[in-house]
Design a protein around this ligand. Structure first.
Ligand SMILES: Cc1cc2nc3c(=O)[nH]c(=O)nc-3n(C[C@H](O)[C@H](O)[C@H](O)COP(=O)(O)OP(=O)(O)OC[C@H]3O[C@@H](n4cnc5c(N)ncnc54)[C@H](O)[C@@H]3O)c2cc1C
Length: 299
């Protein structure tokens, strides 16, 4: 018979009897009260990252803060100039919301590509951002849409541009006692065309080896007026590829030098070797997906 791991006896029970305190606020107000009176809380949203990464040491967590009952964090609000997406909105909801599909098609496609139906129904946009994996699928689309995040604590509220939120692999600017409340994306008047590309070892349920979001605004003469490109899994953080964007601006459909843009993209990234691919493989794929994304968006 297979020997049981010595950790088995320490595993938490499904009733959560092993955790000392479990907070489940029902509103932002209650949440702030809990943050005021407690330090070192482990925040749980859908749990799809947290429970996996902490599986062997769940019993060591003293204080849980579960955001699941805060309805304000599940709201999606549309204004004239922006959309606000609560941090507890699941990937599944992003996929189902017609307005997301219409206004932010790249975000919609990335949410649809993320994990499996089970993961999409539990995992949240806030969890994807705070995990801050360079491979987080929603991150390149949010970067090209100029998203900002609203961060709250018991004392204050601050807004951070997502471009400055990530500080390293699985690292970000959130401080102890801070919660990601919502994501704010500006609604632009210009009509844009976007593409999402995700390359992985399989077709489904796969963490990307490399991903790319591209959003382009053409003027009435089909000249590129604005270009935003971001790549995931190719640097310590998901990255806007500004050198490629600069080359694209001012180009017409038939004057785009695909190879030049692809080379610029490959030059700006700094991929590593890991189980999902070597650095060399990633550079070559970055060039290819840049070319194919450009061809798709301009056809
Ligand atoms: C089988 C499987 C497949 C997966 N496939 C993919 C994939 O294809 N693409 C991909 O990008 N990801 C994938 N993931 C990772 C994961 O599902 C996503 O990153 C998901 O969005 C995490 O959200 P969550 O709500 O489950 O976060 P949780 O696990 O609850 O939390 C993640 C982290 O964020 C913190 N946190 C969560 N919400 C907040 C908040 N509002 N404020 C402050 N801190 C917060 C938590 O403390 C924790 O550190 C996969 C995971 C699994 C298990």
């Amino acid at each position: 018979m297979k020997k049981q791991s010595k950790d088995v006896k320490n595993r938490p029970t499904s009733s959560g009897r092993d955790s000392k305190e479990y907070f489940r606020p029902k509103s932002k107000k209650e949440l702030k009260e809990i943050l005021k009176n407690n330090d070192i809380l482990t925040i749980i949203a859908g749990g799809t990252d947290l429970l996996v990464s902490n599986y062997q040491k769940l019993y060591k967590i003293d204080k849980w803060l579960d955001l699941d009952l805060i309805d304000e964090f599940k709201e999606v609000k549309i204004f004239d100039d922006k959309i606000e997406i609560g941090s507890m909105v699941t990937h599944d909801r992003l996929v189902r919301l017609e307005k997301i599909k219409e206004l932010f098609p790249i975000l919609h496609s990335a949410a649809l590509d993320l994990g499996s139906p089970q993961i999409r129904s539990r995992g949240t946009i806030g969890g994807n951002i705070v995990t801050s994996s360079p491979a987080g699928d929603l991150l390149p689309p949010l970067l090209v849409y100029d998203a900002e995040v609203v961060i709250i604590s018991d004392q204050e509220e601050r807004k951070v541009d997502l471009n400055t939120f990530f500080t390293g692999p699985k690292k970000n600017v959130l401080k102890e006692g801070e919660i990601l409340e919502k994501i704010v994306i500006p609604l632009k008047k210009d009509k844009s065309r976007g593409v999402w590309k995700k390359v992985g070892k399989r077709k489904a349920l796969v963490i990307s080896s490399i991903s790319l979001a591209l959003n382009i605004v053409f003027d009435k003469d089909n000249i590129i007026k604005k270009a935003k490109m971001a790549i995931g899994s190719a640097a310590p953080v998901p990255l806007r590829i500004k050198s490629a964007e600069e080359i694209l601006i001012g180009q017409s459909l038939d004057s785009i030098d695909y190879i030049k843009v692809a080379k610029a993209a490959a030059k700006q990234i700094s991929p590593i070797d890991d189980i999902r691919g070597t650095a060399e493989y990633r550079i070559s794929v970055a060039k290819n997906i840049t070319k194919s994304a450009l061809k798709e968006v301009t056809k």
